[in-house]
Design a protein. Structure first.
Length: 213
């Protein structure tokens, strides 16, 4: 697999709290240079990135409920609509991890369904971030089943902000659990070409990294 293929599967990511407007400009220039699939930014920078990338074929993805997932469902839904209004094409939403850890699966499911419905209703591709490093295998499997049921486009391993990140085993398991209709995005700690290729081989169809260069 050539570098070109890897680039075309990559969400080039910049989510640090200290990110400046100038950093976003650099991110978008580098994304064009290397033909990444998308840039992934915090919601506040969607409009800037969308303007810079207009007509390039590179989409803007934004994170929602990031990085903790612990905000109100209504706020996550509102963020989805704001991302759309500002020119975003994809959203990566963090589940409520506390609910998952409490075994409150009904609440997790209700929220995922609502946010997926909002995103797809306004034409956005949606990825559900489950934060694998904080969940047991049983919890991961249950969340994967919820994501599959919701009809989301992707299940995504990690925020990159909770320690741990994408592992080959997690990607393999998630792909098995979500089946054909949901794709897997591997993110968090993807810092070598070797790991990137292993994750793709395990079933990842999108990679999220800030260090691909």
């Amino acid at each position: 697999m050539s570098m070109l293929n890897l680039a075309g599967m990559t969400d080039y990511t910049l989510l640090k709290p200290q990110t400046t407007e100038k950093d976003i400009v650099t991110l978008c220039h580098e994304a064009q240079e290397h033909r990444f699939a998308t840039v992934c930014v915090n919601p506040i920078y969607v409009q800037t990135a969308a303007k810079l990338l207009h007509g390039t074929g590179i989409s803007v993805a934004a994170v929602v409920g990031f990085p903790l997932g612990a905000t109100f469902t209504e706020v996550k839904v509102q963020e989805v609509y704001m991302v759309k209004a500002h020119g975003g094409k994809e959203v990566d939403m963090v589940i409520n991890i506390g609910w998952a850890k409490s075994g409150n699966w009904e609440a997790v499911e209700r929220e995922v369904l609502q946010v997926v419905e909002a995103a797809q209703g306004c034409g956005l591709l949606i990825k559900i971030i489950i934060e694998t490093s904080l969940l047991t295998d049983d919890e991961k499997k249950t969340v994967a089943e919820i994501v599959k049921l919701s009809g989301a486009d992707y299940i995504k391993t990690s925020t990159g902000f909770a320690g741990g990140g994408a592992t080959v085993q997690d990607v393999r398991n998630l792909k098995e659990w979500v089946g054909e209709n949901v794709k897997v995005k591997a993110s968090g700690g993807v810092r070598t070409r070797e790991l990137a290729l292993e994750l793709v081989e395990a079933g990842a169809e999108r990679l999220g990294t800030s260090s691909i260069l």
